[in-house]
Design a protein. Structure first.
Length: 287
């Protein structure tokens, strides 16, 4: 039988109040995703991942994320470290796309990293999503060496980088050089490898700090003993860093191959040499 308001002693002119329950807010991420993601556990076993019905608690403060009926993944770092596909996707997205990292830490109290390929499987990524994540991972890995030319934006791999002065292999026909630190065009001369010449770049301050804090060394050559010589010097020819790690005072610059005295900074056989007693050690260099 249908009820009327008068059955509850509610009459014309009464004031009604009510409460509405809203979905969202406290809703776990997997609920918001609609539990749409699934994965094939057989494809994850090669990564040591086991398909399980254990609850996923990573984003729910100890409570299940309520991914009911969805296969979950138990990762090899610990039997209780279980992720559902939706939470695995959120972990990937937050780490790789939002935080710019190349490794994904286990979201539980663990010091392990999760296998990226395993996460791709567990998150149920489509081929397009895998491509997006792989491209982003590449950008994250080479973030400091992506060509700043907007028409290029190629990855500049480590073997193409010499100190801070960088030339993109793809753009080098235009003779374009840029600073790895600030991504601005290189303004210093061709012999300078560290300081780009841009006022807003931090490279100059970093060079000064390294020179001031490198500490002293002692260089011995027969009867000649040179004390309190800075371990780190800038080549007098190209300004590249060179560290004295033992041996005599003659230094061959690892960048330009010029030879000079690590103590007095005169070019070899042009003011200093084995037969020439060295002048007092040059002070800490400035730029």
């Amino acid at each position: 039988m249908k009820k009327k308001l008068s059955d509850y002693e509610i009459i014309h002119g009464s004031t009604l109040s009510g409460a509405v329950r809203l979905l969202g807010g406290a809703q776990a991420p997997e609920e918001a995703e609609g539990n749409a993601r699934q994965f094939d556990a057989s494809k994850a076993t090669k990564f040591g991942v086991i398909g399980t019905k254990k609850e996923c608690t990573v984003y729910s403060s100890g409570n299940s994320c309520k991914s009911d009926g969805v296969q979950r993944a138990q990762f090899p770092c610990h039997p209780t470290h279980v992720l559902c596909p939706g939470c695995a996707f959120l972990q990937l997205e937050g780490t790789v796309k939002m935080n710019g990292k190349t490794t994904v830490d286990c979201p539980f109290t663990c010091d392990k990293s999760l296998n990226i390929d395993a996460l791709f499987v567990v998150a149920g990524l489509t081929s397009n999503e895998i491509t997006e994540f792989e491209v982003q991972l590449g950008k994250n890995a080479y973030r400091d060496s992506i060509c700043p030319n907007s028409a290029c934006e190629s990855f500049v791999y480590a073997d193409s980088i010499v100190y801070n002065r960088v030339q993109c292999p793809k753009c080098k026909n235009n003779n374009t050089w840029y600073c790895k630190k600030c991504k601005q065009s290189w303004k210093s001369g061709d012999s300078e490898q560290y300081i780009c010449g841009n006022a807003t770049c931090s490279s100059a301050a970093e060079v000064v700090e390294m020179l001031n804090n490198c500490g002293p060394t002692t260089i011995s050559l027969g009867d000649e003993v040179l004390e309190k010589v800075p371990k780190l010097r800038l080549c007098p020819a190209c300004k590249a860093f060179n560290e004295h790690s033992g041996g005599c005072k003659r230094m061959t610059c690892k960048a330009c191959k010029k030879q000079y005295c690590h103590s007095c900074l005169k070019f070899w056989d042009q003011g200093c040499g084995y037969s020439t007693k060295c002048a007092p050690p040059a002070p800490v260099q400035t730029i």
